[in-house]
Design a protein. Structure first.
Length: 355
């Protein structure tokens, strides 16, 4: 997840925790679907862990508005700086992961890769639903959706800043209704999945923007008790749905549960006053590598299968631990070898001399 550190307040510690939780849940979901990992009473919930991609987009919108709420992005200088920072932060690591996949795991021919190259480099793969299962796109589709959301963010920001509170709630209701209704249409008419659809992921992103702009002052939020209640409700409702075989695997349909729960969690954790979290260097570091942590899941499954097969590993707990550790180590390596150096280089090239 790409976060601009310039204006994040002390509230970001709770959001860091949420970011790490979302990344970990997506990995555990991959452990379940790729390796059949069992998580006991939580297996049903983990089997639907892809819903945490909704949390990822909502959190991205929330944090971006929090970061830039005082900056007029409609001014050309600010707009240029905003887009350059987003591109420098997101593209280098994405390109490296995509290249590694094409070189070592890709099944496409040289001609096919050349045809795909402009689409992949511009991050347009999510507008071609059939490309989800092609090359690395089942692991990098979210980058495409995120780039398109970043493209639209300055307009979102300016519109939201001029909205009345009532208009914001109306917009929030419309976006939420669209997210709840769309999966029903998909099911009824057997249309293409909207899981990687940039429009609907953009709605989740915009919901995050709206949440950050709302004047929420309720004392119900901002406590550990509230967060654990929200988490228990989410786990409970999703687990019940899976237990009764309600649209299992239709991750977007579960937005009816996930979006309200994630919205409450974001509002709670954004207001959480925890000196321990705020002073945790470990949490800050884990948050910093979450973008790489998401991306390495594009190819870590094949490495895990090779390790499990070569070493004859069949123990459930050991397989889960190896998956988490391997993903974490690869994320740390790419963060330090690619992400941080490219960020420093981009800063020198594009922002040296700017305030």
């Amino acid at each position: 997840m790409i976060i601009d550190k310039e204006k994040i307040s002390k509230r970001a510690a709770g959001l860091d925790l949420f970011r790490v939780l979302a990344a970990l849940m997506v990995l555990l979901f991959h452990c379940h679907i790729h390796h059949g990992s069992d998580f006991g009473v939580l297996t049903g919930f983990v089997s639907m862990g892809a819903i945490f991609m909704s949390a990822f987009f909502m959190l991205s919108g929330y944090v971006l508005f929090l970061t830039y709420r005082e900056q007029p992005l409609v001014q050309m200088a600010n707009l240029k700086r905003f887009y350059l920072k987003r591109l420098v932060g997101i593209l280098p690591l994405y390109y490296v992961v995509a290249l590694l996949y094409v070189l070592f795991l890709g099944q496409e021919s040289a001609v096919q890769n050349l045809l795909l190259l402009p689409v992949e480099m511009l991050g347009l793969q999510s507008v071609f639903p059939a490309l989800f299962q092609v090359s690395h796109n089942d692991g990098t589709w979210f980058i495409s959706c995120l780039l398109l959301a970043y493209l639209a963010f300055p307009l979102m920001q300016e519109a939201v800043k001029q909205m009345s509170t009532r208009a914001k709630y109306v917009a929030l209701g419309i976006c939420t209704l669209a997210l709840f209704w769309a999966p029903l249409v998909v099911h009824a008419f057997s249309t293409e999945s909207i899981y990687a659809n940039p429009f609907f992921r953009g709605l989740e992103f915009f919901i995050g923007v709206l949440l950050c702009s709302l004047p929420v002052k309720s004392k119900l939020w901002g406590t550990w008790k509230a967060f654990f209640v929200e988490l228990i409700v989410l786990v409970g409702l999703v687990s019940v749905g899976v237990h009764f075989h309600v649209a299992v695997g239709n991750y977007m349909l579960y937005d009816v549960v996930a979006v309200p729960a994630f919205a409450c969690m974001v509002l709670t954790l954004a207001r959480l006053n925890s000196p321990r979290l705020q002073g945790s260097a470990v949490l800050r570091y884990m948050s910093a590598v979450t973008y790489a942590f998401f991306l390495v899941q594009t190819f870590n499954t094949e490495m895990e299968r090779w390790i499990f097969s070569t070493w004859g590993i069949q123990n459930n707990a050991v397989m889960i631990v190896i998956s988490v550790v391997l993903c974490g180590l690869m994320a740390m390596a790419l963060h330090h070898i690619v992400e941080k150096p490219c960020a420093r280089l981009g800063k020198r090239i594009f922002f040296s001399g700017n305030s």
